[in-house]
Design a protein around this ligand. Structure first.
Ligand code: ADP
Length: 454
C-alpha cells in the first residue's frame, strides 16, 4: 500500500475476512502499538480487545475493514482503530454486548453511524512521555510496521501463550505480594491492639490512683476542717472560761489599791500594780482570742448598713490620737473624698482600721502613720501606711498567722492575734487585706472593700 494514498494519521489498513485474519489483526495491532510507544502491557491490552471485537464482527457481518491511526483522544495522542463492518451490524453494540472485560482493556470503545456507514472505534491513549505525532514520526512508524513481516497464526498463538504465561506470572507475584502485605497488616494490627490494651491498662491504673488520691484528699480536708473547728471551739471555751477569773483578779486588784481600803506598804502597792497590769494583759489576750475564735467559727454575722467613711475616719482620728504618744510620729488621717459612703459593718471595719493604725503607731519610731481612702471601680481602698521598721519579705505572710510576731529588737508587746483577726473580718466584709513593705522604710496595709458591701 502506498503511504501517499492514506488519509492523515493512518498507519496501516487491513481487511478482516477469514478466521486467520483475526490473528493477523491481533499481531499487527500489537506491532503498531509498540511502534507508537505504548508499553508492553498496553500493547497486549489493545491487541486482545481488537481480536475479541474482530471475532465478533467476523461472525456477525462476515468481515470488516480495519484501520490503525495515530490520532488524538480527549486532547492526548492516542492509538485509534476503526473497524468498518462489510454488512450491517444489526442491533449488536459492543458498548452494551461485548464482555465488560473487553471494554476495560481500552480507553474508548464506540460505535457511530448505522447500516453501511457503521464504524466501530476503539482507542488507547499514548503515554505522556511519547514523542509528538508529527509527520516525520508518522512516517517512521509506518516504515517500522511495514518492515515487520506478518507471522503465521501459529506464531501469533505462541506469542499469545507467552503473554498469557507472563500475565499469570505477574498475577502470582501480585498475589504473593498481597499475602505479604496482608501478613504485615495483621502484624501491625496486633501491635496496635497490644499498644492500645497497654495504654488503656495504664490509664485505668492512673485513674484508680487519681480516684484514691481524691478520696484521701477529701478525707484529709474533712480532718482539717474538724481540727480547725475543734481548735476554734477550744479557744472560745478556754477564753470564755478565763475571762471571769481574770476580770475578778482585776477587780480585786482595784479594791486592794483603793484608797478606801487598808493602806498598803509601798512594796505591796507595787506588787498589786504588777498584778493588775498582768491581769489587764491577760484580759486583752483572752478578748482577742475570743474574737478570733468567734470569727473563725463563723459566729460573727456582719450588720450591714450605709456607713459614712468620713465620720468613721473622724472617730478613729479621735481615739487613736491618745495612742500616738511619740512626738516624732505624726498621725495623719486624711478625709475620704465625697461621697464617702460604703455598705459595711461599721463596728467590724472600725476594729480592723484601729488595729492597723495601732500597729503602725507601735512599730514606727519617727515619721508618720497615715490613713487615706481612694475609690476605684466600685471598690474603696483604705490605706494605712507608716514609715516604721517595715517587715522582711519572708515574714509578710507569716504575720497573718496566729501568735506570730516578727522576731528582733523591734518586738513590742502584743498578742500576735490582731492581724489574723483583721484579715478574717475583712474577708467577712467581702474584701481583702494586703500588705506591701520595705524593711527600714515602712509598711502599707491596704483594705479593699466593695462599695455595695459583700
Ligand atoms: P501584735 O501587734 O499584737 O503583735 P499583730 O497580728 O497585729 O499582733 O501583728 C503581728 C506582727 O506583725 C507584729 O508583732 C509585728 O512583728 C508585725 N507587724 C504588724 N504590723 C506592723 C507594722 N505596721 N510595721 C511593722 N511590723 C508590723
Amino acid at each position: 500500500m502506498n503511504p501517499v494514498d492514506l488519509r492523515p494519521g493512518v498507519v496501516l489498513q487491513l481487511p478482516l475476512r477469514v478466521e486467520q485474519d483475526i490473528f493477523l489483526i491481533r499481531q499487527r495491532g500489537r506491532e503498531v502499538a509498540a511502534a507508537l510507544g505504548l508499553e508492553h502491557q498496553d500493547q497486549i491490552r489493545i491487541a486482545t480487545a481488537l481480536s475479541e471485537i474482530g471475532r465478533e464482527l467476523l461472525a456477525r457481518t462476515g468481515g470488516a475493514d480495519v484501520t490503525f491511526l495515530a490520532d488524538r483522544e480527549a486532547g492526548r495522542p492516542a492509538l485509534r482503530v476503526e473497524l468498518v463492518p462489510i454488512r450491517s451490524l444489526g442491533d449488536w453494540d459492543p458498548r452494551r454486548d461485548a464482555p465488560a472485560a473487553v471494554a476495560r482493556l481500552v480507553d474508548g470503545l464506540d460505535v457511530t453511524g448505522a447500516g453501511a456507514d457503521t464504524v466501530v472505534r476503539m482507542s488507547r491513549r499514548l503515554p505522556p512521555s511519547s514523542a509528538a505525532l508529527d509527520q516525520a514520526r508518522l512516517d517512521a512508524v509506518r516504515a517500522e510496521v511495514a518492515a515487520s513481516a506478518p507471522g503465521t497464526p501459529l506464531d501469533e498463538l505462541a506469542s499469545q501463550n507467552r503473554q498469557l504465561l507472563a500475565a499469570l506470572d505477574e498475577v502470582r507475584s501480585q498475589r504473593d505480594e498481597l499475602a505479604v502485605l496482608n501478613e504485615e497488616l495483621q502484624e501491625t494490627n496486633r501491635g496496635v491492639l497490644a499498644l492500645y490494651n497497654q495504654l488503656s491498662e495504664e490509664m485505668e491504673a492512673t485513674n484508680r490512683g487519681v480516684v484514691a488520691l481524691y478520696a484521701e484528699l477529701d478525707e484529709k480536708s474533712a480532718q482539717l476542717r474538724a481540727a480547725s473547728e475543734a481548735k476554734s471551739r477550744f479557744l472560745a471555751n478556754v477564753s470564755h472560761e478565763l475571762r471571769a477569773p481574770v476580770t475578778a483578779i482585776m477587780g480585786l486588784g482595784r479594791l486592794l489599791a483603793d484608797s478606801a481600803s487598808d493602806p498598803l506598804t509601798e512594796e505591796q502597792s507595787r506588787q498589786v500594780e504588777l498584778i493588775r497590769d498582768s491581769a489587764a494583759d491577760l484580759l486583752s489576750l483572752v478578748n482577742d482570742l475570743l474574737d478570733l475564735a468567734k470569727a473563725e467559727s463563723g459566729r460573727i454575722e456582719p450588720t450591714w448598713a450605709d456607713v459614712d467613711l468620713r465620720s468613721l475616719f473622724g472617730q478613729l482620728r479621735g481615739t487613736l490620737r491618745a495612742l500616738a504618744t511619740r512626738p516624732e510620729v505624726e498621725l495623719v488621717v486624711v478625709d475620704p473624698p465625697p461621697p464617702a459612703r460604703i455598705r459595711t459593718d461599721e463596728v467590724l471595719l472600725a476594729q480592723v482600721l484601729r488595729n492597723l493604725l495601732h500597729n503602725g503607731l507601735k512599730f514606727t519610731e519617727r515619721g508618720e502613720v497615715r490613713m487615706s481612702a481612694r475609690l476605684r471601680d466600685d471598690h474603696w481602698r483604705l490605706v494605712v501606711a507608716d514609715t516604721g521598721v517595715g517587715i522582711p519579705a519572708e515574714q509578710r505572710e507569716r504575720i497573718f498567722e496566729e501568735f506570730y510576731q516578727v522576731p528582733g529588737p523591734s518586738r513590742v508587746a502584743g498578742t500576735g492575734l490582731g492581724l489574723p483577726y483583721a484579715r478574717r473580718l475583712v474577708t467577712l466584709l467581702g474584701g481583702e487585706l494586703e500588705l506591701t513593705s520595705e524593711p527600714g522604710r515602712g509598711s502599707t496595709f491596704t483594705v479593699t472593700l466593695p462599695v455595695a458591701g459583700g
